[in-house]
Structure formats: structure tokens, C-alpha cells
Design a protein around this ligand. Structure first.
Ligand SMILES: [Fe+2]
Length: 418
């Protein structure tokens, strides 16, 4: 485990978010193995080093002419043999893009050229450790504007496009802005309006064009909702004084509200400096649900519930004073000893200040999605990667489509090893 005497506040945030996810998603045996035995450096997970631009991809069959656009994805892809590697938290961000237009498709991929990766390139090897084996990078390779943190901002968690900007995201850090051709422009701080952290799961309202995001922090108010207008300007900060530094990975929104699930994963910076666990599961606190108006008025409505844990939300919508939220629920922070992640629905009754939760499916899955055009509104369909038989660790071999209007679902299995 890392030596923690002089961790900066950013280090602590990164460590909190990362170890939290690592602990819950991966068995210990899969984490931090630097060599080729690590399953996340092999087969489909093997690093891709080429940066390509393919003007016209071979198309089998026919691409419908109605489909036009640019699909981007980001992911962990170590540019140099890692010293320590815990997927998917370590590994440089690489963004892949497929553009479809007029029945044709093109492809391009680029590393996110972060300050840390630039330092690695100067050294000709990686000078950073990893989540479970952080190393202070050699200052000879870190320029004044570089990334001196022992936890590299790898910008590998997500990629979003808003107000004409493409941002590669990493929870606990500033985002990196990319050009339309995926070249890295540099850190982006919303015109000097943020200097700390941005969630990797911002939400874009397809109706208003606003982007909703948040950051959590070690000091009061611990959690801040940020509203970015359709032109890309931060127009509102709404503090949520949670009373404790909770780790919060994702959230949900409706036409008028934002909802945070404060699951009882709390970290303690002082304890961390003394070598104690800095992030702990405290089920006796229960889960606290915070409901805020997006316009920042009316304060925070709190709804108490039993302890459970959530990383990712599918969607939420509201009508008649009720907010319906579909999400993936973990029984506890560490899944090895708790109910595995499955799709659940929570219905909040704002007048009664009550919540009712029901499980929608028994299949094990994570990373739920809704069609972006339906985000924040009632959606008939939702999608969830789910486990198929024989899936390797960290993979989902199937995808479930839920018809939430009928309760029916259909599963497509991609086939062994896919
Ligand atoms: Fe996530």
C-alpha cells in the first residue's frame, strides 16, 4: 500500500475514488500485477500503441444513410510497460473515434497527451507507479507545468462533448480538452472557474443543452453541484453540505432536480496520514439521498434509507412529485462479501420524503446507459452490460435491453471471449 505521509488533497481524492472502485470491481488478485500475468494487459485488453487515421473503413453490408455522427470512447491504455497496473484506473487515456456519414465510416485514435504522458515520453519509460504502488515521479522529467502527483491524471475514464468542446475526464482531476481530430489541447478549467476536480460522469440535458456536473472534496461543503449552460459557461455552483466527505462517483437528474445518493463510503484524510484506512464502508450511517432543485433554490431535501452502494445510474425522471431513478445497486462497497450489482429502481416521493426501492432484474451487470436524447426524461428502454457464462474477470459478455414500460428484457450474448 502507498506511503501516505505527504499526500496532497488531490492525491487523496484520486486515491479515494480509485481504490474505492478497484476494491469493489476487482478481485485483489487482478489488481496491481505489473507483468504479463495481469489479465488486463492481455488479449482484448492488450495496450494499443498505434495512433491511426483511417479515412475509409471497410463496410460489410450497408450503413444506413440516416446515421451520421461521431462516436467517441475513452479507455485505459498504458503507453509504456507499467510498473504497477490496476485496470481500469491506471493506464493512459486513449480516445477512439468512428465517424459515420453518407454510408461511409472513418476511424481515428489518439492518446490523451497528458502532462504525465509527456513526462513519460521524455523519460522513454513510465516514471509513474500506479494506484496501488504510487511513485513520486522523477523531477528531471516533470517540467514546471507537469504532473508532479504520484497519482497521474491519466484522463482515461470518460469522454464527453459539450458546447463544442471534447473533454477527456478523470475523477478527481481537471479534464483535458481534445480537438475534433482528437489532438490534446491541454487541461481545461472552464475559463478559470474550476481549479480542483470534475466528475467523470457529467450529465448533458438534451432539452436545455446544459451540462450538470459535480465535485466532491475533503472540506465543507464536501459536495458541489455545478451547472454549465449550453454555451459552456459555469453559471451556478450549488453547495451540498453533506457533513462528511463522502465518495460520490455518479448522480442522476430530471427536468427540475438533481439527486445524489450518499452511500456510506466516507474518507478520513487525517486517519490516512496516520496510516489508517482512509476510505471506509460505514453501513451504520445508512444511505442518504439528497434532492436539489437544478435552479439552486429551495435547499436540499434529505431522504434516509438503508445502506447500499451505487457507482452508476441509468436515468431518472419525474412526474407528480415523484422521481423515478434506475441504477445499478451493489449490496455494499466491497462486492466480494455482498450482493452483486444488479439493476434497481428507486421511487422518491418528495411530498412524503420517502423512498421505495425494488430490484428490476437478477442479472449481474454494471455501466447502465440510456439513449442520450432521453436523459432526464421518461425512457422506455435502457441498456446494461451483463455477465454471460464464462466471462473473464472484469468483462461482460452480454448486453441486456430492458423495456421499462413492460418489464420485459432481452439479452444479446456476444459469444465466448467477446
Ligand atoms: Fe464510472
Amino acid at each position: 500500500m502507498p506511503e501516505r505521509k505527504d499526500l496532497s488533497r488531490r492525491d487523496l481524492l484520486l486515491l479515494a475514488g480509485h481504490i474505492g472502485m478497484a476494491g469493489a470491481l476487482l478481485p485483489a488478485s487482478a489488481a496491481a500485477t505489473p507483468d504479463k500475468a495481469n489479465p488486463f494487459l492481455q488479449h482484448g485488453f492488450a495496450p494499443v500503441l498505434d495512433e491511426l487515421a483511417v479515412a475509409e473503413l471497410t463496410v460489410r453490408g450497408e450503413l444506413p444513410r440516416q446515421i451520421a455522427g461521431n462516436y467517441l470512447r475513452n479507455g485505459a491504455n498504458p503507453a509504456y510497460p507499467p510498473i504497477s497496473y490496476t485496470y481500469p484506473f491506471d493506464g493512459d487515456g486513449m480516445v477512439h473515434g468512428v465517424t459515420v456519414e453518407n454510408g461511409k465510416a472513418s476511424y481515428r485514435n489518439r492518446f490523451v497527451l497528458t502532462a504525465g504522458l509527456r513526462a513519460d515520453r521524455r523519460a522513454g519509460r513510465t516514471i509513474y507507479g500506479g494506484l496501488l504502488n504510487p511513485i513520486v515521479p522523477d523531477p528531471r522529467f516533470v517540467p514546471p507545468d507537469g504532473d508532479p502527483s504520484r497519482f497521474k491524471n491519466v484522463a482515461n475514464t470518460n469522454v464527453v462533448r459539450h458546447a463544442g468542446r471534447i473533454l477527456a475526464l478523470h475523477e478527481g482531476s481537471l479534464p483535458y480538452e481534445l480537438s475534433p481530430t482528437l489532438e490534446t489541447r491541454g487541461l481545461y478549467d472552464f475559463g478559470g472557474k474550476i481549479d480542483d476536480a470534475m466528475t467523470a460522469h457529467p450529465k448533458i440535458d438534451p432539452v436545455s443543452g446544459e451540462m450538470l456536473m459535480f465535485r466532491y472534496w475533503l472540506r465543507p461543503p464536501f459536495l458541489t453541484l455545478r451547472v454549465v449552460d449550453a454555451s459552456g459557461t459555469i453559471v451556478r455552483d450549488v453547495p451540498v453540505d453533506t457533513g462528511l466527505p463522502y465518495m460520490v462517483h455518479d448522480f442522476s437528474f430530471t427536468a427540475s432536480h438533481v439527486v445524489f445518493f450518499l452511500c456510506p463510503v466516507v474518507f478520513d484524510a487525517e486517519g490516512a496520514r496516520q496510516g489508517k484506512p482512509f476510505l471506509s464502508w460505514q453501513p451504520e450511517r445508512g444511505t442518504r439521498i439528497a434532492v436539489l432543485r437544478r435552479d439552486g433554490t429551495g435547499g436540499v431535501q434529505w431522504i434516509a434509507d438503508d445502506a447500499f452502494f451505487v457507482y452508476h445510474f441509468m436515468n431518472a425522471h419525474e412526474s407528480d412529485g415523484r422521481i423515478t431513478i434506475d441504477y445499478v445497486q451493489h449490496g455494499a462497497f466491497f462486492t466480494a462479501r455482498a450482493a452483486p450489482p444488479t439493476l434497481w429502481r428507486a421511487v422518491l416521493d418528495l411530498k412524503a420524503g420517502a423512498v421505495k426501492r425494488t430490484r428490476l432484474d437478477e442479472r449481474i451487470g454494471e455501466f447502465p446507459r440510456v439513449e442520450p436524447a432521453r436523459a432526464g426524461a421518461a425512457n422506455r428502454y435502457g441498456w446494461l452490460p451483463v455477465k454471460a457464462h464464462d466471462d473473464a474477470v472484469g468483462t461482460f459478455g452480454a448486453i441486456a435491453r430492458y423495456d421499462l414500460s413492460t418489464g420485459r428484457s432481452a439479452v444479446h450474448v456476444f459469444g465466448r471471449g467477446r
